[in-house]
Ligand binder design. Structure first.
Ligand code: SF4
Length: 311
């Protein structure tokens, strides 16, 4: 077994969470340095900076962006290649709303990731999930993550201006029905909850959804006033005790479900994204540090590691 493999296994074991093996989205093996440092990045790939929803709690106010700038399929593949070069094993594809990306393009990207032996996961707000879409992309992904914060329309209105409208109908009913579609296509369904002062009181009802929809894993994200979400800190911020109490409620009512706690520290220290223009950015101590333009032909791994080191 190589030094790298044994270090990776040691790290996974030390973390006490074998799921991290599949969640280690980008691992930088610093073969570029003499010190051979192992650096890990958790990566979300924001393929599109545009959304069909406007959430007050959105880090980037994606729903307000009217100009849609997307990388071409060729550029996306270049970015994916560079992520793979850095050690990516799993791509958490996100937006904005990823399902606004043309279906054929999304299918191509997922198939490419799969052909490279990595995993592509879809993160969606759930509104645009259809049987047709799942039929098209289901062979190239195993997992769809829904962002859904509450079953209470009033809470959803406050958190995300989710109003019933002609196009989408009743928001809560639509999302619950779309979760069934994912289950019917035998894809793994995970749930992303943004835990804020507004929806933590709704966690007992959310537990019911988790059990009903056979959700096996929930990411309970503590509201973090980073990037665009800073402006709404007063409305959404919770104390650590409130956040933990909300998570505990989910654990109590869904005993067989894995509830992954994603705290402010998680997002402020080492959380990494690739933005829709192909930039690799890492948050360290709450500050976003641009690391590299992944559209380039060849990325400089040494420079990336050094930037992370000095931050
Ligand atoms: S669904 Fe996601 S990307 Fe869209 S506005 Fe809400 S938080 Fe932002």
């Amino acid at each position: 077994m190589s030094w790298f493999s044994s270090s990776l296994i040691a790290w996974l074991t030390a973390e006490g969470d074998v799921r991290r093996y599949s969640e280690a989205l980008v691992i930088l093996r610093c073969k570029y340095t003499s010190r051979k440092v192992l650096y890990k990045l958790k990566l979300v790939f924001e393929i599109i900076a545009h959304c069909n929803t406007f959430n007050e709690c959105c880090r980037d106010n994606f729903g307000t962006k009217t100009e849609i700038e997307e990388l071409s399929t060729k550029e996306l593949i270049k970015v994916i290649d560079n992520c793979l070069e850095l050690g990516a094993t799993k791509f958490n594809l996100s937006g904005g709303e990823i399902l606004l990306v043309a279906m054929s393009k999304l299918k191509q990207i997922l198939e490419y990731i799969q052909s490279c032996g990595a995993v592509g996961v879809i993160n969606t707000n759930g509104r645009l999930v259809t049987d047709k879409l799942l039929g098209e992309i289901g062979h190239a992904t195993k997992q769809i993550n829904f962002g859904f914060n509450s079953t209470n329309p009033k809470t959803n209105m406050l958190m995300g201006k989710y109003q019933p409208n002609e196009k989408y109908g009743n928001y809560e009913e639509l999302i619950l029905a779309n979760m069934d579609k994912v289950n019917n296509h035998n894809l793994l369904l995970e749930l992303n909850i943004l835990m804020s002062a507004l929806n933590i009181p709704d966690m007992e009802d959310m537990a019911q959804v988790i059990n009903d929809k056979k959700i096996k894993r929930v990411r309970a994200n503590e509201f973090t006033p980073s990037r665009g979400a800073k402006a709404n800190n007063e409305l959404f911020a919770t104390t650590r005790e409130e956040y933990l109490a909300g998570c505990q409620k989910l654990k109590t009512f869904c005993p067989s479900v894995e509830v992954a706690l994603k705290t402010k520290e998680y997002y402020e220290n080492g959380f990494s994204i690739v933005t829709s223009n192909g930039m690799l950015i890492v948050s360290k101590n709450g500050v976003d540090i641009p690391l590299a333009d992944l559209r380039q032909d060849k990325i400089d791994g040494k420079a990336i590691v050094e930037k992370v080191g000095v931050a």
